[in-house]
Write a protein that binds this ligand. Structure first.
Ligand SMILES: Cc1cc(Br)c(Nc2ncc[nH]2)c2c(Cl)c[nH]c12
Length: 290
């Protein structure tokens, strides 16, 4: 039987990891170049879902450590970045960083044993999510998942910010209705995108957009949040719909010292746009892709 996904303990004395048991911390220690920190989500006993931009073409597997649950430095055996990810693709148009298809799967050397502080999150278009949504199987389709999870309008979601030893949930609204255009337009306020003429060049159909101050002030991401999951809660079950990819304003950069502008937006890779790749890479993980 497929183990249940997207479960967590929510009682007062539960630990941060028991509350967010899918939370993964990833470190890439490049000799002579320091350590890059990213986050990820456990999606099966062997795989962690994260952002492709956390890694570099020259990264060796043994430079990467993955903290799962209380055990640290799970060995990485392989790294699958999405084949269409190419950060330098728009170099010729003087756009130095391009985040389209910014998603990757990290395969662990040893399968992870689930426990109260180590559990997988639900992925769209899997049987686990059909169950979490309390919908009938096999009547429920992938399109039903998308219609129910990413409704047109402002969709409540959250990401998790690691502030050792705490894991803070940051509630944000996915602008998936009339506010979507204004959300995307603010991408041009990112320092590296100032000479972008058409925002569609960098905000491709792969992205969900959060942040800004309408209808409420959304918290924003830090660079270190890259790769973490954007999560929708349904019936106290947790379903990942996005991967934190890039943002306009790094709220953790001390140079910005806390004054967050209204145009601070964050962009997340929409998992519904990469399902064939997910299904192929996770084919042996018995997640029951629809
Ligand atoms: C999560 C995240 C990733 C990256 Br990469 C950032 N940097 C950036 N985005 C566009 C160009 N460079 C940011 C910022 Cl800024 C805030 N959150 C980020």
């Amino acid at each position: 039987t497929l183990s249940m996904c997207g479960l967590s303990l929510s009682h007062k004395t539960a630990t941060p990891l028991e509350k967010n048991p899918w939370h993964i911390s990833i470190k890439v220690a490049r000799p002579g170049k320091g350590v890059e920190s990213c986050k990820g989500a456990l999606v099966s006993p062997y795989f962690v879902l994260t952002a492709a931009h956390c890694f570099d073409i020259n990264d060796q597997a043994h430079w990467i450590t993955v903290d799962v649950g209380k055990t640290t430095s799970n060995k990485v055996v392989s790294l699958f970045s999405h084949p269409d990810y190419n950060i330098g693709k728009l170099r010729s148009e003087r756009i130095s960083e391009f985040y389209d298809y910014d998603v990757a799967l990290v395969k662990l050397e040893k399968r992870v044993t689930f426990s109260p502080e180590t559990r997988p999150i639900c992925l769209p278009c899997t049987e686990g999510t059909t169950r979490a949504l309390r919908r009938p199987h096999p009547k429920t389709s992938c399109q039903d998942h998308e219609r129910q999870l990413l409704k047109v309008g402002d969709v409540p979601s959250f990401f998790v910010h690691e502030k050792k030893p705490a894991l803070e949930r940051k509630e944000v609204l996915i602008k998936n209705g009339p506010k979507k255009w204004a959300c995307q337009a603010d991408a041009k306020k990112a320092t590296i995108y100032v000479n972008v003429t058409d925002v569609a060049q960098v905000v491709t159909p792969r992205f969900l957009c959060t942040g800004g101050i309408e209808p409420v002030v959304d918290p924003n991401t830090c660079k270190g949040d890259s790769g973490g999951p954007l999560i929708i809660t349904q019936n106290r079950r947790y379903i990942q719909v996005g991967v934190i990819s890039w943002g306009v304003f790094d709220v953790c950069n001390l140079k910005n010292k806390g004054k967050v502008p209204p145009y601070a937006r964050d962009f997340h890779l929409n998992l519904f746009t990469v399902l064939p790749w997910l299904k192929e890479k996770l084919a042996e993980e018995q997640l029951g892709f629809l």
